[in-house]
Design a protein around this ligand. Structure first.
Ligand code: HEM
Length: 181
């Protein structure tokens, strides 16, 4: 997993529990963190290292892991708006943006980070009021995807109810249904 996800996660964790507590947690997990908690945006690190940090922040803060990862996705979405505004301005609406994660956004991401391990998003159904997208990834980061969907909705100021079903079909990690409210 690319270091940008780790650097974003540490920013998120710092906001959540404070710099001092975060430092203590990183020290306490040192044996399970091959890098010792030092990341660069362009580096590549194991996804399990991120999960070690998520678990430790969850234990410290009392926040459940799915909730924590969802919130992180929302924050990462805000960071992407700041870092890569051109990916958002290219699309006029939430559904247009989300329909082009695989054939535009993550294609551009792959140019920036050639070794990025990206998920697959497939549009299953689309109307003015409803968008159904299948998410597939061996990393199974469904709650991160949910947070990114929510963050994208907030950015475009197009409120939607987001519902997901886990493993709706073979090789599909989760099916997301977005309905306008
Ligand atoms: C400007 C917009 C976006 C940028 C710059 C971006 C960039 C990235 C990057 C750098 C990674 C890490 C790849 C790796 O670790 O190797 C990633 C992964 C991921 N992205 Fe995006 N992304 C964007 C939009 C989205 C949106 C809108 C969604 C979903 C609604 C999404 C879903 C995901 C998920 C779930 C992963 C985790 C990897 C996995 O599930 O296998 N991304 N993205």
């Amino acid at each position: 997993m690319k270091g940008i996800v780790f650097t974003e996660f540490l920013d998120f964790a710092e906001q959540k529990i404070g710099a001092e507590a975060l430092e203590e947690i990183i020290e306490a997990c040192a044996d399970d963190l091959p890098t010792g908690g030092a990341y660069t945006a362009v580096g590549t690190y194991s996804c399990s290292e991120l999960m070690t940090l998520v678990q430790a922040i969850s234990t410290h803060s009392g926040a459940a892991i799915p909730q924590l990862v969802h919130e992180f996705g929302e924050m990462m979405s805000r960071s992407f708006v700041a870092l890569y505004p051109q990916y958002y301005t290219r699309f006029d609406s939430l559904f247009d943006f989300l329909s082009h994660i695989d054939d535009y956004i993550h294609v551009e991401v792959k140019k920036l980070y050639p070794d990025a391990e990206l998920p697959e998003f497939r549009v299953i159904e689309r109307s003015d009021d409803r968008l159904v997208i299948d998410y597939s990834s061996p990393r199974g980061l469904t709650h991160l995807a949910a947070g990114l969907f929510q963050g994208s909705s907030d950015h475009y100021r197009e409120p939607v109810r987001i519902h997901h079903v886990v493993e709706p079909a073979a090789d599909v990690t989760a099916r997301f249904e977005l309905s306008r409210v």
